[in-house]
Ligand binder design. Structure first.
Ligand SMILES: Nc1ncnc2c1ncn2[C@@H]1O[C@H](COP(=O)(O)OP(=O)(O)OP(=O)(O)O)[C@@H](O)[C@H]1O
Ligand SMILES: [Mg+2]
Length: 598
């Protein structure tokens, strides 16, 4: 339960909604308990009038009484209708305050969770799967909303109604009240048990549903592979199995849900019968009037739903507490990479690694061992090495997506962990190894890295020219407005890489990191891009990571990585003279190129 206390700050924020809701609940209940009293009065009035009438049974009196009775009944009816309408109006206001409050809090909570997600480090994303994170922001938040809205509303309603109705009933006749209320606790307990079972089963159904959507989603995104290997039949069989599973669990849920209404009706019937029986006996004894019986029947019916909701609300609150616990787990998760400083920082471009070692915590892979190098502003550094040698890890550390395990990284002479992280990242242009484009227009994908408006076409077009993708884009039917991704066209690997490059250079970064992003581009285009970079990155720092010697040979310094350690370093000429691993790779790649060219 204490998990839910973390929501109290929201109650304070929306206190007017909450207070308004409580007042409206009170008023609507007050209006609800008046009609039964009028009905009691009407019934007793009719009975009294008729008994008086039977004493003076002369024709003159008859018409007089009949007219009088009809008018009185009309007035009673009108009163009941007006009160009911008023009650309805206040119930509307009650929902407009409390349910609206719950929606507003849901909105705030979702934003809070999303904000936190964005703050959290890469290791957090490694440790938690996407489905789980999606669930906490959607499913769990909705469950918490059920507590904030319906649960709170019904609880307040029940409390107010109980106090009002039971006082009124006790005033009429305590004995009858006690008898009539006996089945109600039983009702609450049974409904609680049924709700618990419903919740458990619907959780199963939810789980099956998410299994099924994962399956379907994979079938769609992997459709190319499925078709190419002709596995459609086998997928179909698998899907039918998943569907059957889902159907069986759903039917299990329906079975329990079907119990809900009969149980309620049975209990209402029991209470009503009891009321009439006990009320009848008391009327015979002359302790209550027939009108009181009618009044009590209405009270009992009024109490049944709120009492039933008590069981339902209890299980809602339990579920919300469990969900809030899961949400709090993430909200309280410490962020490994904190921004320590608010001081503005302007990057000049001096990057130095000093004996940096790095181990990925989750896999325990020692990715870098004692790596040291220094790049001056305006210079370029290239990193080459076999796959898995730690090249991308260096890029990750430069962007401070992770912090070093030992050693230090100095940026303009200052420890990277002391810098204003926002300012620092704003001055980096990072092209990751795995290109990611949003399902949006090409222009928006390029402009993504900056705050320049999507319609500043000249900057976008210039970036596209520098990334040697301009003429490709122009050839698309809608040019820069062409949509890519899910609902748009599919780009080739090399096109994607170059759009990703344009995204990095449009922001005029002071440090540009290219992580193997020329791998799908032919050497001629590569040459052009690298030449453009030389012009653009004048006075700025460039880091180029690649498998190919052709990408790195013009760099001011080249380091060769092997299993996380630097094994050779120097300019292209120096490394060639060394006749080591670099020269070896160079020769092999030259030969290969000749073979493909020939
Ligand atoms: N996020 C991660 N979590 C755990 N281990 C990782 C992670 N990223 C990389 N590794 C491991 O660290 C080692 C170095 O990986 P890295 O990505 O730096 O290699 P790379 O030189 O960029 O390789 P490639 O040329 O294939 O891109 C590898 O053994 C890899 O399995
Ligand atoms: Mg890599």
């Amino acid at each position: 339960m204490k998990e839910l206390f973390s929501l109290n700050k929201y109650f304070v924020r929306y206190r007017l909604h909450l207070l308004g809701g409580i007042v409206f609940v009170g008023v609507s209940n007050l209006l609800a308990i008046l009609p039964p009293q009028i009905i009691r009065y009407a019934i007793d009035f009719v009975q009294d009038t008729l008994s008086v009438h039977s004493v003076f049974s002369s024709s003159a009196f008859t018409t007089f009484y009949e007219n009088d009775l009809a008018t009185a009944l009309l007035i009673f009816t009108a009163l009941v209708i007006i009160l009911s309408l008023l009650k309805g109006f206040f119930m509307y206001l009650m929902r407009q305050t409390i349910i609206v409050m719950s929606r507003l809090i849901e909105y705030d909570l979702k934003n809070e969770v999303f904000d936190k997600y964005q703050q959290l480090s890469m290791s957090f994303y490694k440790q938690n799967n996407t489905g789980d994170m999606m669930n906490r922001i959607s499913e769990d938040v909705s469950r918490v909303r059920m507590y904030l809205g319906p649960a709170i509303m019904y609880t307040i309603n029940l409390a107010v109604l109980f106090v009002m109705v039971i006082t009124t009933m006790f005033n009429v006749n305590p004995e009858m009240t006690l008898y009539v209320l006996t089945p109600l606790p039983l009702l609450a307990i049974i409904i609680y048990a049924v709700s618990q079972r419903i919740n458990k089963r619907s959780e199963h159904v939810q789980k099956k549903l998410s299994d099924m959507s994962t399956f379907v989603q994979e079938a769609f995104s992997g459709i190319r592979v499925i078709k190419a290997y002709n596995r459609m039949g086998e997928r179909e069989v698998k899907f039918t199995e998943e569907c059957n599973d889902y159907k069986d669990t759903s039917l299990g849920l329906v079975k329990v849900e079907a119990l809900f209404a009969p149980v309620m009706i049975l209990m209402i019937g029991l209470s009503t019968t009891l009321t009439i029986y006990v009320g009848g006996r008391l009327t015979i004894d002359g302790q209550v009037s027939p009108g009181n019986i009618a009044e009590f029947v209405i009270y009992v019916n009024m109490l049944t739903w709120p009492v039933a909701s008590l069981g339902w609300v209890t299980s809602l609150v339990q579920r919300a507490a469990a969900s809030q616990k899961r949400i709090n787990e993430f909200l309280n998760e410490a962020n490994e990479i904190e921004n320590p400083s608010k001081e503005p920082f302007q990057l000049k471009g001096l990057i130095e690694f000093k004996n940096v070692s790095f181990t990925y915590k989750d896999s325990g892979v020692k990715a870098l061992r004692d790596v040291s190098f220094k790049v001056e502003p305006g210079k370029s550094l290239a990193i080459i090495g076999h796959t898995g040698s730690g090249k991308s890890t260096i890029a990750n550390l430069m962007c401070r997506l992770f912090d070093v395990t030992s050693g230090e990284i100095l940026v303009d002479g200052k420890d990277i962990q002391q810098l204003n992280l926002d300012d620092y990242r704003n001055s980096i242009g990072y092209v990751p190894q795995e290109v990611f484009l949003f399902s949006d227009k090409i222009s928006s994908n390029i402009a993504f890295s900056t705050s320049i408006a999507n319609n500043d076409r000249s900057a976008i077009e210039q970036a596209a020219r520098d990334a040697v993708i301009y003429s490709n884009i122009k050839d698309f039917p809608e040019g820069f407005d062409t949509r890519v991704g899910e609902r748009g066209i599919t780009l080739s690997g090399g096109q994607k890489q170059r759009i990703s490059i344009a995204r990095a250079i449009i922001k005029n970064p002071h440090l540009l990191i290219f992580d193997d992003c020329l791998s799908a581009v032919d050497t001629e285009t590569e040459e052009k891009i690298l030449n453009n970079l030389k012009r653009l990155m004048n006075e700025r720092t460039t880091i180029i990571i690649s498998h190919r010697v052709s990408s790195v040979k013009h760099a001011d310094e080249i380091i060769v990585l092997d299993d996380g350690a630097i094994i050779e370093r120097g300019s292209h000429e120096e490394l060639m003279n060394l006749k080591g691993s670099y020269a070896d790779t160079y020769e092999k790649q030259q030969l290969e190129q000749l073979r493909t060219a020939g």
